[in-house]
Ligand binder design. Sequence first.
Ligand code: NAD
Ligand code: AKB
Length: 315
Amino acid sequence: MEKILVIGAAGQLGSELTKALTDRFGSEHVIATDLNAEAKEKFDFCRFQVLDIMDQESVRSLVKNEKITQIYHLAAVLSATGEKRPLFAWELNMESLLFVLELAREFNLNKVYWPSSIAVFGPNTPKINTPQYCVKEPNTVYGISKQAGERWCEYYFQKYGVDVRSLRYPGLIGYKALPGGGTTDYAVDIYHKALNGEKFTCFLREDSMLPMMYMPDAIKATIDLMEAPIENVKIRSSYNLAGMSFSPKDIYESILEHHPDFKINYEPDFRQQIADGWPDSIDDHFARDHWGWKPAYGLKEMTKDILENLPKFFS
Ligand code: NAD
Ligand code: AKB
């Protein structure tokens, strides 16, 4: 039976993915870990342990003593925070991935999951229906770390047979955790402001189109990829993945349908330049062809669902 370690479990993705893994494998078979000790109260459905991925001895002991068979490595510094502390972001994002890949080799783990991002693309990448294989010249330290990470994942698969799988997520939008320092996170924050009856100041221009995905779709894609037969996982860097694309104006208008008094203004800052280097939309036909990916949510459905459910989580 599998024993799964989730690293960085308390963030936006981990909060929902850890629950989905627990539902699938049972609470005895999942250990949620995070640097953030206060996150313990979130995990009443599985074991939680404070763990710093950079504390290699503690991580190695945990993997050994608990006979871990799979690692989901989610801890990272995201794009906007990374630009404020570039060397720290590089160190955390790269050293932790290399360490996890080495652990997978040392302990012969069954599988590793590590997320990449649309941040691997850059200003010279084709912006519309961005292909899986194209120019990638990321201009953020986060994007550079994800691009290098993808190459390491493929290397460990080819050289050592480590079954590491990865998705290039678009901006993920969920309501069960607060935004974590990303450029696409305006689209998480905007729902909190709308429900609090506050005006929203957007740090991107109103027409800044970006690829996005509702969290339930991201969780489904992750589980589907991880459960796909090994011969179907033909891309070992990271799969392009698409859900929807929208601009700040589009998401604002989708909220207006439910909250007609909601107000927005636009004050683009350094994050605009990051967004300008990323695609508008993604071609994910390899994910569809290889392991049957198909998203379920568009902007309208996502907005309705979040506005209904967010107040149950943050009162
Ligand atoms: P997040 O910032 O919300 O969560 C990251 C978690 O990692 C936090 O709970 C943080 O406390 C934890 N962490 C930070 N440093 C740590 C350390 N040293 N040891 C252990 N834990 C540590 O990020 P997220 O949005 O949940 O993203 C998770 C992963 O998915 C990241 O690798 C990110 O690059 C990737 N991703 C996210 C998005 C998105 O839109 N959220 C898009 C593409 C890729
Ligand atoms: C970010 O904006 O940094 C993340 C991402 C798209 O990787 N949400």
